[in-house]
Design a protein around this ligand. Structure first.
Ligand SMILES: [Zn+2]
Length: 281
């Protein structure tokens, strides 16, 4: 899934390529693509695209009166569409512009969870209401004090906290892995136990990991897939840790895989795999 660096760099690219372009039409290809009824997308027809912004993992296509909020979910992409074929592969919706290529929202697979919300614009700000109203603070804007307070208020595994968009917005599985590794914290450490010192360490690791991701992503002309992204533990299971040369390990937890370095993060302890250890009992 695209995370903060991928979505942010994509927003910047789209602003550069489509800023000022006049919206001609918004065309959903199925009834799940547009998640809202009011205001209608036609409120933006003829208006120039002011900017493409980001909140959490959402792209915000801002026009004067309405903003289109796009969530790519797992396999979605918002692609420059020169061909505009009648039945685009995996096509969910299309933004048509006057004298410009279109933008095509695609989603691989059959889940159909990517989608578009059309909401009233807030001048110079982030639209209110769903789907953005339940997001926690931005990962790169939260302060160490705020993070420490959230750790205290919500005692949970830190890896789960980092991925929870209600707690902190913009990080996903990959960055949660990378942040825990950089902070030398077990992915299963409890947030309350990490305390104020732990929150500061985690916040520094968030900035490091996001900055590295952004630097890479800004060199590209399209959004990366997770296998392309620079990482120290994510997609590196079985390889040596770049810090200590121990072998990067993985543990399956509630349906997803957490990657970590035992020496750097768990005092050398190999974490029990919930899914397999159940069978060994
Ligand atoms: Zn290590």
């Amino acid at each position: 899934m695209p995370e903060l660096p991928e979505v942010q760099a994509h927003a910047e690219r789209l602003t550069e390529q489509f800023g000022g372009a006049q919206l001609q039409k918004f065309v959903p290809f199925n009834f799940t693509a547009l998640k809202t009824a009011v205001p209608p997308p036609s409120d933006a027809y003829g208006a120039p695209l002011q900017t493409v912004g980001r909140r959490g993992k959402y792209l915000l296509l801002q026009f004067e009166s309405v903003t289109f909020i796009v969530h790519l979910m797992q396999g979605g992409r918002l692609l420059v569409d020169e061909k505009q074929s009648a039945k685009p592969r995996n096509g969910q919706a299309r933004f048509l512009f006057v004298d410009q290529p279109a933008l095509l929202l695609t989603e691989a697979g059959t889940e159909r969870r990517a989608g578009v919300w059309c909401v009233p614009s807030v001048a110079g700000g982030i639209p209110e209401g769903p789907p953005l109203d339940r997001l926690g603070p931005e990962a790169m804007e939260i302060s160490a004090e705020q993070l420490a307070a959230a750790f205290e208020a919500h005692n949970m595994r830190v890896h789960g906290f980092l991925r929870d968009q209600h707690m902190i917005a913009g990080l996903g599985r990959m960055l949660a892995n990378e942040v825990c590794h950089r902070a030398k914290v077990s992915p299963f450490a409890m947030t309350r136990k990490l305390g104020a010192v732990g929150a500061k360490t985690i916040l520094e690791a968030i900035h490091d990991a996001v900055d590295e991701g952004l630097t890479y992503e800004r060199t590209r002309d399209s959004m990366s897939s997770s296998a392309d992204r620079p990482g120290r533990v994510h997609n590196r299971v079985g390889e040596p840790c770049p810090v200590c040369a121990d072998t990067i390990r993985s543990v399956s937890y509630s349906g997803y895989t957490v990657a970590y370095c035992p020496t750097c993060q768990t005092d050398g302890k190999v974490l029990a795999d919930n899914t397999t250890s159940r069978f060994l009992k």
